[in-house]
Design a protein around this ligand. Structure first.
Ligand code: NDP
Length: 243
């Protein structure tokens, strides 16, 4: 096992957007990292020191665990898991595709559950640890053409808060970060043209969505608060975003 001053941080969905920005922010602060996503190349291209990168689908719990235990053998137990992997495919409900509902429900909810299950027992035993789940403003209020996505993000908020209550006595923190509009590839996976184009049009109208670095800064800040301080939930939106 390699000794390092700072503990291991695990980030899912690190191949793009908020996850990649978060990897850069934690790396700049000196943390060793385990970066996970299905696409390996973009994570390697980040070129970060002390960063193990593994092509892992968060729905494959065995692969997820293998990568986690491998990184822990090198850097020691994960002190923070950032469950960031997620997908969004918007459409008015009657025009939605059930296969896309499945993807959102599986990745956004079950992917988070898989991650939490892998680290929580160890954190509870060590009486220390932090899980950051990336929710959404769409996990706090509803948006047209977002029925299933909103459902998955409301679930993330409910799951996080329930688990937080369960492990608070073990000194383990659950933090839910809820971004508003952030300029990433997320909405580009939406095949419904009007829903996708409407998102970008509104972003332009308000002077642009947030940069992923702003969310990364908030994640790093909330994690670096003393372990006795739990930022339970943070909603971060562009100032000019109205809903
Ligand atoms: P991106 O599309 O840029 O990033 C999504 C990341 O999730 C990618 O790295 C992708 O990597 C990964 N991912 C998707 N499915 C899986 C999977 N099955 N297993 C492992 N990794 C997976 O979008 P964002 O950065 O915007 O999204 C990050 C999080 O932020 C998501 O949870 C999203 O819901 C949330 N969010 C985003 C907002 C926004 O406006 N952008 C607003 C509110 C919340 P790969 O394809 O290589 O697997």
């Amino acid at each position: 096992m390699t000794t390092t001053d700072l503990p291991l941080i695990v980030i899912t969905g690190a191949s793009s957007g908020i996850g990649a920005a978060t990897a850069r922010a934690f790396s700049a602060a000196g943390y060793p990292l385990l970066l996970l996503a299905r696409r390996l190349e973009p994570m390697l291209e980040l070129g970060l020191p002390k960063a193990m990168c593994c092509a892992v689908d968060v729905l494959q719990a065995d692969e997820f665990e293998k990568a986690l235990r491998g990184a822990e053998a090198t850097y020691g137990p994960a002190d923070c898991l950032i469950n960031n992997a997620g997908v969004m495919m918007n459409a008015p409900f009657l025009e939605g595709e059930p296969a896309q509902w499945d993807q959102m429900i599986d990745i956004n909810i079950k992917g988070v559950l898989n991650g939490v299950r892998l680290v929580l027992q160890g954190m509870a035993t060590r009486q220390c640890g932090t899980i950051v789940n990336i929710g959404s403003i769409a996990g706090v209020k509803t948006f047209g053409a977002h029925a299933v996505y909103c459902g998955t993000k409301f679930a993330v908020h409910a799951i996080s808060e329930t688990i937080r209550e369960e492990v608070s006595s073990k000194n383990v923190r659950l933090i839910t970060i809820a971004p508003g509009m952030v300029e990433t590839d997320l909405v580009n996976h939406t095949s419904h043209d009007a829903a996708r184009d409407g998102w970008w049009k509104y972003a332009e109208q308000i002077g642009g969505a947030l940069k992923p670095e702003s969310i990364a800064d908030a994640i790093l800040w909330s994690y670096r608060m003393p372990q006795s301080v739990c930022v339970r939930e943070m909603i971060i939106c562009p100032t000019r975003q109205e809903p």
